[in-house]
Design a binder for this molecule. Structure first.
Ligand code: GDP
Ligand code: IMO
Ligand code: MG
Length: 438
């Protein structure tokens, strides 16, 4: 029994700066798992899933919810804006997706309130030119409150008397900070009543998801841990301070869900065939010419949440090597291969040089990362469509060579290749570890 429980908890993580296509990958894999569980972040995430002519953008609710009958968990490590959650639930309902009895919200997750969004915007404007380029969803300030031990949690919604007391205390403290920093109080009028009203819509979802998931694993049920953001946005290991405020890496799944590390049987890293990032911060392989516009247009590289144009760059193997190490990636998924279908030549960054010498490790100091010189290898493009391929052998030779080059350089299997946004534009090579989890 214990062995069976161990073999079926798999984590999906972003190996770059987010938006790698995790939503599509999780949706694809979710049919083989009983649960999908989100362990970090909030509605800063935007996970796109397209099938049957419909496009769904999930922010907080795990993408596995789109699979009929499958269960989904929003864990203690996530931060939850109840208004955003209710709006996401409404959207799913409008699309005919019923989540009743199969979506579970952790009673330990921290809540995001409108004052967190206000603080997020205020902090960004105070940073001026050095702004992080956050999604302005209040994510950072909510995690700040959690770490400062003054956060309000989902379980607090269940006791209106104690919730009112906690809220009043926090608001008094925040108002004092806001007056001192920005010269005005926060907009909090009516917050207790509006929160109680919204809480009525999510009360039925609230439970101890930690016990739920551990019991499920003990009983031999299978769980997919859905990462949000990406390795390079991780609070501890990313391009600090141009990061998000949570642990996006696979380790975040254990702290963020309350499951032991021994439960994780495998880790899947998701990368695009190139690189993108939204917001500010170092990006060594950023394209600064017509290639960026071409990739942005072909890859539709605009933020799923904010609509911001994503910065585009070549594939960065040092980033992927770092991601492999930090996450313990067993299998790599390469998405958006089709975006290169018209590309004549493809550059891949194989290493960095700093002040003329090779840099073997990812530097901690972003001052260094901003100045590294990427070393490129240029590979021929295939200039043929890939979207119709359903097996590796159907891909153009140059596309297979590109994938083999990535796999050989990283010493990592490629467990899945995505050649279009739709569910069925997916190739799962046979004989891989990833294939064994399906
Ligand atoms: P996530 O945050 O990692 O889930 O990724 P996003 O959903 O934010 O961004 C990925 C975008 O690429 C979405 O618009 C997807 O529909 C799209 N996408 C995913 N896989 C592919 C692919 O293989 N080819 C193309 N052209 N688009 C893809
Ligand atoms: P998914 O799950 C891409 C970026 C923001 C900003 C930084 C901090 O869709 O991959 P925050 O609002 O979190 O404080 O912003 O992190 N960011 C993302 N970029 N994909 C995401 O999520 C992101 N979530 C946050 O653009 O640079
Ligand atoms: Mg996204």
């Amino acid at each position: 029994m214990a062995e069976k429980a161990r073999t079926k908890a798999v984590a999906i993580v972003g190996a770059q700066w987010g938006d790698e296509g995790k939503g599509k990958v999780v949706d694809f894999l979710a049919s083989s798992f009983d649960y999908t569980a989100r362990y970090a972040g909030g509605h800063n995430a935007g996970h796109t899933v397209i099938f049957g002519g419909h496009k769904y953008i999930l922010q907080l609710i795990p993408s596995g919810i789109l699979r009929p009958g499958k269960k989904a968990v929003i864990g203690p490590g996530a931060v939850v804006d109840p208004v955003a959650l209710v709006s996401e639930l409404d959207n799913l309902k409008k699309s005919g997706i019923d989540v009743r009895g199969r979506l579970f919200l952790s009673n330990r997750a921290h809540l995001i309130f409108p004052y967190h969004r206000e603080m997020d915007r205020a902090a960004e404007s105070a940073r001026g030119a050095a702004k992080i380029g956050t999604t302005s969803r209040g994510i950072g300030p909510a995690y700040e409150d959690k770490m400062a031990r003054r956060g309000i949690r989902v379980c607090d919604l269940l006791d209106p008397g104690s919730f009112r007391e906690k809220l009043e205390k926090v608001i008094a403290e925040k108002d004092a900070i806001s007056v001192a920093s920005y010269g005005h109080k926060l907009e909090t009028a009516g917050l207790f009543d509006s929160t109680m009203e919204i809480a009525a819509h999510i009360r039925d979802l609230i439970t101890d998801t930690t016990v739920l998931l551990n019991n499920a694993l003990d009983a031999g049920e299978t769980v997919l841990f859905e990462g949000a953001q990406g390795t390079m946005l991780d609070i501890d290991h990313g391009t600090y301070p141009y990061v998000t405020s949570s642990n996006a890496i696979s380790g975040g799944a254990t702290t963020g869900l309350g499951v032991g590390p021994t439960r994780i049987a495998g880790v899947v890293g998701v990368t695009k065939a190139y690189t993108t990032r939204v917001g500010s911060g170092p990006f060594p392989t950023e394209m600064h010419d017509g290639d960026a516009e071409a990739v942005r247009a072909r890859g539709n590289e605009f933020g799923a949440v904010t609509g911001r144009p994503r910065r585009c760059g070549w594939l960065d193997l040092p980033v992927l090597r770092y991601a492999k190490m930090l996450n313990g990636i067993d299998s790599l998924v390469v998405t958006k291969l089709d975006v290169f279908d018209a590309q004549a030549e493809i550059k891949v960054c194989t290493g960095y040089r700093y002040k003329g010498t090779p840099l073997n490790e990812m530097p901690a100091d972003i001052g260094v990362l901003c100045k590294v010189e990427p070393v490129y290898r240029t590979l021929p493009g295939w200039q043929k469509p890939t979207t119709e391929a359903h097996e590796v052998k159907d891909l153009p030779v140059a596309a297979r060579d590109y994938l083999n080059f990535i796999s050989d350089s990283l010493q990592l299997e490629i467990g899945m290749i995505s050649t279009g946004p739709e569910r069925d534009a997916t190739i799962v090579p046979r004989g891989t570890q990833l294939a064994s989890w399906l």
